[in-house]
Design a protein around this ligand. Structure first.
Ligand SMILES: [Fe+2]
Length: 450
């Protein structure tokens, strides 16, 4: 059951500010107490006849006392409490979804080191090469969706990753069907053989089995005639036995990683859909950011984090009410203060998810300015995570070049001039320079649209 504590609400900086402003206007002593009578603000006056309830859905969570005008403060606190409750419940739904996927992801991580399927397959080939003499080695896996037997990793000239044959054809396909390892020392006389890039004379092929299910094969061949023996086949089968579990785990991990990214992206899109004016914003900011990151020479790991952070940069808006988020007119200072909370809300959400914790600085600081005048922490220069500095440029460029509730899109030329004019103040000049370089190379795909 989600509930809102009046004490916590009153302690929030922005709420505390509002209370002081209102009590200043009322000009009579005001006190706030919780439902149990504990003082939260001001001094409780036992004899004060005016006490107004702070309520959420007819449930009293506290009282405001102090003159007739205190009723204004009580109803304002009721509104803020209600808003807090709504924010919590939306956030909770998102968190539940995240937690579920994170549990699966954790499990997969325990099962295998963080290698992908092709890397595991390559390790298997390397191991086979040291134990059995052969010119060509490959690991092929059955693709259940396409019905193909696909080469995942290889060495030598006969087969290459990405190639494949229809499952059931060739000697490898036949091993998948029977589930039995085979030696063929006289290839030309075997009708099943499908010639590849080089002529081979002898081969061995062993199934990769998970219980009774064949998920693929390990295949080795020699261009010169050799006589593979039953002992060789036993060795290859032992390698295949060990490899099958590792490969299956890697495949499971790969597919969970995919599911995880898709879930994160879907969530980002769900948030974006609240605001029809920003359709496609997330994807564009992601692509601009990656293009800039590549020009700046960020490592693959950092680019991966940048992609996730750009995808989720506005996830905190889940906590902002539609009334403020979609407002067409000018925002009041209170409303603007609420909008400015979205990086903090994002931090709260992302900190709950182990796999997203390391992108918190990039998301939390995407509205900081290079000159230190941004929010939420007024960080400046290199003190701002580089990924946040990149997202700031990508986000601003997209905001300028798309229609917003309160204004039409700027022309491309004016938007570029704006970026340039604010380089060194709002934006990191190095990032703006990288943006222009990516733009020159047409890597932002701006001209092509999405
Ligand atoms: Fe934002």
């Amino acid at each position: 059951m989600i509930h809102v504590s009046l004490q916590r609400l009153v302690l929030k900086n922005e709420v505390n500010y509002i209370i002081s402003q209102i009590t200043g206007l009322i000009n009579t002593p005001v006190f706030i107490q919780d439902a149990e009578g504990m003082a939260l603000f001001g001094e409780i006056d036992q004899y004060q006849p005016f006490r107004y309830p702070v309520e959420i859905d007819n449930k009293t969570i506290g009282w405001v006392g102090g003159g007739e005008q205190a009723a204004v403060l009580a109803s304002l606190l009721s509104c803020l409490a209600k808003q807090e409750l709504e924010k919590k419940s939306i956030g909770r739904e998102a968190l539940e979804k995240y937690k579920e996927i994170t549990l699966l992801y954790d499990l997969a991580e325990k099962l295998t080191a963080s290698l992908d399927t092709a890397e595991v397959a390559q390790l298997v080939i390397d191991e086979a090469k040291t134990l059995i003499a052969a010119d060509n080695n490959s690991v092929m896996l059955v693709n259940e969706e396409t019905g193909m037997l696909e080469v995942i990793a290889s060495s030598g000239k006969e087969l290459h990753p990405g190639e494949g044959l229809k499952n059931g054809t060739g000697i490898a396909g036949s091993v998948v069907l029977t589930g039995r390892a085979e030696i063929v020392n006289d290839i030309p006389s075997d009708k099943r053989y499908v010639p590849g890039a080089v002529r081979v004379s002898s081969l061995m092929c062993a199934p990769l089995k998970i219980k009774d299910r064949v998920i693929g094969v390990i295949y080795i061949s020699s261009e010169d005639p050799v006589q593979y023996t039953a002992e060789d086949l036993k060795l290859l089968s032992a390698i295949a036995f060990q490899a099958a579990a590792d490969i299956e785990n890697a495949r499971l991990y790969d597919s969970l990683k995919e599911t995880f990214l898709t879930t994160v992206y879907t969530l980002a899109e769900t948030i974006e859909k609240r605001d029809p004016y920003t359709g496609g914003h997330t994807k564009r900011v992601m692509n601009y950011s990656i293009a800039i990151g590549k020009v700046l020479g960020l490592s693959d790991t950092e680019i991966g984090r940048l992609e996730l952070a750009a995808m989720l940069h506005d996830i905190g808006k889940i906590g902002i009410k539609d009334r403020i988020l979609l407002k067409k007119g000018k925002l009041t200072p209170f409303e603007f203060a609420e909008i400015k909370m979205h990086p903090i809300y994002a931090e709260e959400i992302l900190n709950h998810i182990k796999h997203l914790r390391d992108i918190v600085p990039a998301v939390k600081h995407h509205h900081e300015r290079y000159d230190g005048c941004g929010y939420p922490e007024k960080l400046r220069g290199d003190g701002i995570d580089i990924k946040a500095r990149i997202i700031a440029v990508a986000d601003a460029f997209d905001a300028m070049t798309t229609d917003r509730p309160y204004r039409k899109a700027m022309s491309l030329q004016i938007a570029l001039e704006e970026l340039w004019a604010n380089s060194g103040t709002q934006f990191d000049p190095e990032v703006v320079r990288a943006f222009f370089e990516a733009f020159e190379k047409d890597e932002l795909l701006v001209k092509k649209g999405w």
